[in-house]
Design a protein around this ligand. Structure first.
Ligand SMILES: NC(=O)c1ccc[n+]([C@@H]2O[C@H](COP(=O)([O-])OP(=O)(O)OC[C@H]3O[C@@H](n4cnc5c(N)ncnc54)[C@H](OP(=O)(O)O)[C@@H]3O)[C@@H](O)[C@H]2O)c1
Length: 402
């Protein structure tokens, strides 16, 4: 699989930017960086799902031209919250995509889940620099997204801290000299829990990530380690290495964000404090480097850095993601859809923690035609909605009776 090309486009100042998912964890960190240096950015559009008050506050603060909520029923509330400003308000899924089509040269794709695919693809197709946090979009659409970037002359800038780390130390001109990518994983809140305890885990316990402060969906994915599974697929698509050359290592301190091992024996790593503003700053300034506010690493006072193998018997999601990548075609789309449904059901206390992976496994096992090449967006949508339907059925069969 061809690796995404990273060629620096011409740079304009101020940089015109759009944030898709601006009210979320990654979106707020991006807004924070922009607010620290307002002269350097011009905000075209901000997008959220429902959080009208937070969105309107950001739009005022960042002097955005447009603010969009995906939920059409929140239009009136958004309009009211923007009274007295010249900020354009809009609502609904089409307006979200329209926001992505605005002439921002840099777009932060930080909507959570499959819902982020349409606007991310829109930005990719018009040749924007797409700062990609929304890993589910890439996992589901795969080549459609990387091809769109290549054909439009755009750029895909990895924001996930692991992929951003690899991006920083991956020598694209020496690809045959790369032995393997090493994705680090914190291990999540249940790293040392027994299976019996994990079976009883509550959403509150699963949401309590030891190192990172993130949105609910990715926090649960970190607890099941499906997050690392999605990242394995993401790394394959971004850097073009096969599954066998992508290793996952548990590194509980989250100081080394990932590594590239070369055939001569050298291993290059990127390090930093666990603060998403580090990779976001890297993407926001790219190809230059900008000042970032994250706490600096203090090596003399750092706790020892440790590493261990992931335990795929307690975290079967890792194996499932590797299998989906091995199947190819639409299997990653099916994996992701089933996982989104199962995570939402766990958060709604309908199923137990260990049922999340069971449901994903059931849906993956039942998937037909998964090895079909992903040729169109319609195919992706059809596979995703069929997998969702199956996952909903599986949720019903695992539903807790309290
Ligand atoms: N958080 C992290 O540290 C981190 C690290 C690496 C990668 N990522 C990835 O980045 C993405 C965002 O994660 P997050 O933790 O920032 O999530 P989050 O805190 O849940 O925020 C999600 C954002 O997306 C918006 N949104 C949800 N559905 C939408 C829709 N249908 N249309 C438009 N906007 C929608 C939400 O708006 P409302 O506020 O109105 O709901 C919110 O602004 C995920 O794919 C995640 O895997 C996150």
């Amino acid at each position: 699989m061809a690796m995404t090309a990273w060629t620096a486009p011409s740079h304009s100042a101020p940089r015109h930017v759009t944030i898709l998912g601006s009210t979320g964890s990654v979106g707020q960190s991006t807004a924070d960086l922009i607010a620290r240096d307002p002269e350097s950015y011009c905000v075209e559009a901000l997008v959220a799902a429902n959080s009208v008050e937070a969105l309107a506050e950001q739009a005022r603060r960042l002097k955005a031209k447009m603010a969009v909520v995906a939920n059409p029923q929140r239009y009136r509330a958004l309009k009211d919250a923007l009274t007295g400003t010249s900020i354009e308000a809009a609502a609904g899924p089409e307006a979200v995509t329209e926001a992505a089509s605005r002439p921002a040269e840099w777009v932060m794709a930080a909507v959570v889940g499959f819902a982020g695919l349409a606007p991310t693809l829109c930005a990719a197709r018009r040749g924007a620099m797409v700062a990609l946090a929304n890993k589910e979009a890439l996992v589901c659409a795969g080549r459609l997204l990387t091809d769109a970037i290549r054909e439009s002359g755009g750029v895909l800038l990895p924001v996930d801290s692991e992929h951003n780390a690899i991006f920083q130390v991956f020598d694209a001109g020496q690809r045959p000299a790369v032995d393997r990518l090493i994705l680090t994983a914190s291990g999540g809140p249940f790293r040392n829990w027994s299976l019996a305890d994990m079976a009883e885990a509550t959403p509150e316990q699963a949401l309590a990530h030891p190192n990172w402060d993130m949105g609910a969906k990715i926090s649960i994915d970190s607890a099941t380690m499906m997050n690392k599974g999605l990242e394995l697929i993401e790394a394959h698509l971004l850097f073009g290495l096969p599954s066998e050359q992508i290793e996952i290592v548990v590194h509980p301190q989250s100081v080394i964000h990932s590594m590239v091992a070369y055939r001569d024996g050298s291993v290059l790593a990127q390090l930093g404090t666990p603060d998403m503003r580090v990779p976001i700053s890297h993407a926001l300034g790219w190809p230059s480097r900008i000042d970032g506010p994250a706490e600096r690493l203090d090596f003399a006072n750092l706790s020892p850095l440790t590493f261990e193998r992931p335990d795929s018997s307690r975290f079967p999601s890792l194996r499932l993601a590797r299998e989906a990548l091995g199947f190819g075609g639409l299997a990653p789309t099916v994996l992701n859809a089933a996982n989104e449904v199962a995570v939402a059901a766990f958060l709604a206390r309908r199923i137990g923690f260990l049922d999340i992976a069971r449901i994903v496994e059931d849906v993956l096992a039942a998937g037909d035609a998964m090895t079909t090449m992903v040729a169109s967006l319609q195919q992706v949508h059809a596979a995703e909605s069929e997998a969702r339907r199956r996952a909903e059925e599986a949720v019903k069969s695992h539903e807790l009776t309290i």
